[in-house]
Design a protein around this ligand. Structure first.
Ligand SMILES: *[C@@H]1O[C@H](CO)[C@@H](O)[C@H](O)[C@H]1NC(C)=O
Ligand SMILES: *[C@@H]1O[C@H](CO)[C@@H](O)[C@H](O)[C@H]1NC(C)=O
Ligand SMILES: *[C@@H]1O[C@H](CO)[C@@H](O)[C@H](O)[C@H]1NC(C)=O
Ligand SMILES: *[C@@H]1O[C@H](CO)[C@@H](O)[C@H](O)[C@H]1NC(C)=O
Ligand SMILES: *[C@@H]1O[C@H](CO)[C@@H](O)[C@H](O)[C@H]1NC(C)=O
Ligand SMILES: *[C@@H]1O[C@H](CO)[C@@H](O)[C@H](O)[C@H]1NC(C)=O
Ligand SMILES: *[C@@H]1O[C@H](CO)[C@@H](O)[C@H](O)[C@H]1NC(C)=O
Ligand SMILES: *[C@@H]1O[C@H](CO)[C@@H](O)[C@H](O)[C@H]1NC(C)=O
Ligand SMILES: *[C@@H]1O[C@H](CO)[C@@H](O)[C@H](O)[C@H]1NC(C)=O
Ligand SMILES: *[C@@H]1O[C@H](CO)[C@@H](O)[C@H](O)[C@H]1NC(C)=O
Ligand SMILES: *[C@@H]1O[C@H](CO)[C@@H](O)[C@H](O)[C@H]1NC(C)=O
Length: 386
């Protein structure tokens, strides 16, 4: 009897803590919390919390786990997550395995650079920011950006969002950095989410780890950029026009081996619609500094992609070096051009041995501060199943 009670308690603890049972929670019900794990609060019109940010701020600044169910709607707000404990955001939906049918959008509009007469950091513009402090989230300038004050702790160890679209619609063309998501000093996973902007849509900054599964990520210029580690799995990378490159990463020298970079796997790279005339115009990426690292592996590329694949940063400032890793492995589609890649001599076409060190999330995600590989406990490896 006691054993049985203990077993049931253990089972419940497991369900509450790690198995989110997200689909039952996300399914619309008369009481929205039906089917949700405990420690779930609701955001929506007429609810106790009407903004996602107020719900996030209601959580204690500690290591406990909490879930937030967001009811259908367009939420015009910035969301900042600084707490260290797990936070899972669930968008309510009848279609938990179809990003294109999401009913929750978080929308912000701001940009820096040419768009506004100011020198504010790009960090101010993001729709969603997951970072322990503002200073740790800054992009900064120079080869390694602004230094983060010594002693800054790691931020969220397990942030997840399911079925939520994050939009920065400052302008409908590239008009300076306009971030939809910004991740620094944190582990983050995005499942069936959308990220929409035109320039610098996804920023994964210092000690940032980000995993994207069956997302749509849309942009025009340098729309994956940063200093950290990002893995994009089975997603749609949507070209809304061409500019810079799809990826613009900046490498950092560390005392340990690092694999900071952006790794795009088994994904489709396509123009947004047939009225865009992009044939042969878009670059896979360009080096923000000479230690840029990015790989498109097993990706379908439509004819928008340039024959060279990647490009130099600029004609008079190429930023290419012996540690520049702008690579592809087994890409296909009309944007794959064997002779074009070879003639330009910029894209590294990897063989199986060169690709192997980047072939799984375990091989690229590192623990903060010491660089140990295999920091993947925060990744939901079976988002379809629960
Ligand atoms: C959100 O805004 C879009 C675009 O204006 C609109 O089509 C959609 O119906 C809105 N969603 C909800 C749930 O109100
Ligand atoms: C962008 O954010 C900055 C800093 O919060 C603010 O000063 C500026 O007015 C915002 N710009 C727009 C266009 O909202
Ligand atoms: C930006 O604003 C400052 C102060 O108002 C002004 O002196 C400067 O000319 C402006 N710059 C641009 C590019 O508009
Ligand atoms: C989020 O952080 C940015 C940068 O510090 C700040 O401008 C913004 O006001 C914050 N938003 C909220 C809702 O706290
Ligand atoms: C953030 O960095 C600035 C320097 O860029 C510094 O003056 C400030 O004290 C830092 N803030 C915190 C809270 O560490
Ligand atoms: C095609 O996509 C572009 C970029 O998102 C957009 O501006 C344009 O309105 C779209 N055109 C059509 C016909 O949907
Ligand atoms: C990394 O170290 C190399 C060799 O010292 C140097 O050329 C390069 O500029 C450094 N890169 C960064 C981003 O500091
Ligand atoms: C390339 O990377 C290696 C290993 O991190 C480093 O020792 C070397 O200084 C780097 N070279 C350049 C030119 O950055
Ligand atoms: C492939 O690249 C070569 C060399 O740059 C170029 O001549 C050719 O037109 C390209 N083919 C296509 C289909 O773009
Ligand atoms: C460019 O050509 C040189 C000389 O053949 C070769 O060593 C280098 O690996 C090539 N680089 C790329 C990215 O293919
Ligand atoms: C690195 O840090 C992680 C997390 O704190 C820890 O689990 C791991 O054992 C550390 N690795 C080494 C070699 O100390």
């Amino acid at each position: 009897m006691y054993l049985f009670v203990a077993f049931v308690a253990l089972l419940q603890a497991c369900v509450a803590f790690s198995d989110t049972n997200r689909k039952a929670c996300q399914h619309p019900t008369a009481d929205p919390l039906d089917g949700c794990p405990k420690n779930t609060i609701v955001v929506g019109t007429g609810q106790r919390y009407v903004t996602v940010q107020s719900a996030v701020l209601s959580l204690p600044h500690d290591t406990t786990s909490h879930n937030i169910l967001v009811l259908p709607g367009n939420y015009t707000e910035q969301v900042n997550v600084t707490r260290p404990g797990p936070v899972y955001l669930f968008g309510q939906t009848r279609f938990p395995k179809d990003q294109s049918k999401n009913s929750v959008s978080i929308i912000w509009r701001n940009a820096t650079g040419a768009a506004v007469n100011s020198t504010i950091d790009n960090a101010y513009t993001s729709t969603l920011t997951v970072a322990p402090t503002f200073n740790s989230s800054k992009t900064g300038s120079g080869p390694t950006g602004d230094p983060v004050p010594a002693g800054t702790p790691f931020g969220n160890t397990d942030f997840r969002a399911y079925n939520i679209d994050f939009i920065n619609d400052y302008k409908n063309y590239a008009s300076g950095p306009a971030l939809a998501v910004s991740v620094s000093y944190a582990n983050t996973g995005f499942y069936y989410c959308g990220f929409y902007s035109y320039q610098d849509t996804v920023y994964v900054g210092k000690l940032g780890n980000a995993y994207f599964y069956k997302n749509e990520i849309a942009g025009q210029t340098d729309f994956f950029y940063g200093f950290g580690t990002a893995w994009i799995q089975s997603s749609l990378v949507t070209l809304r026009n061409c500019g810079g490159g799809i990826t613009a990463w900046k490498g950092t020298n560390t005392t340990f081996e690092n694999k900071y970079g952006v790794y795009i796997h088994d994904s489709d790279v396509k123009k947004a619609n047939s009225s865009l005339a992009l044939t042969g115009k878009c670059a896979l990426g360009r080096p923000w500094n000479a230690q840029h690292r990015s790989i498109f592996a097993n990706c379908y590329l439509d004819d928008s992609i340039q024959p060279s694949g990647y490009i130099a940063w600029g004609a008079t400032d190429p930023r290419l070096g012996s540690n520049t890793t702008m690579a592809e492995y087994k890409d296909y589609g009309s944007g794959w051009n064997t002779t074009g890649r070879a003639a330009a001599n910029i894209t590294i076409v990897m063989n199986k041995i060169q690709y192997a060190p980047y072939s799984t999330p375990e091989r690229v995600f590192q623990y903060p501060f010491n660089g140990t590989f295999g920091n993947t406990g925060w990744i939901d490896s079976k988002p379809e199943a629960h």
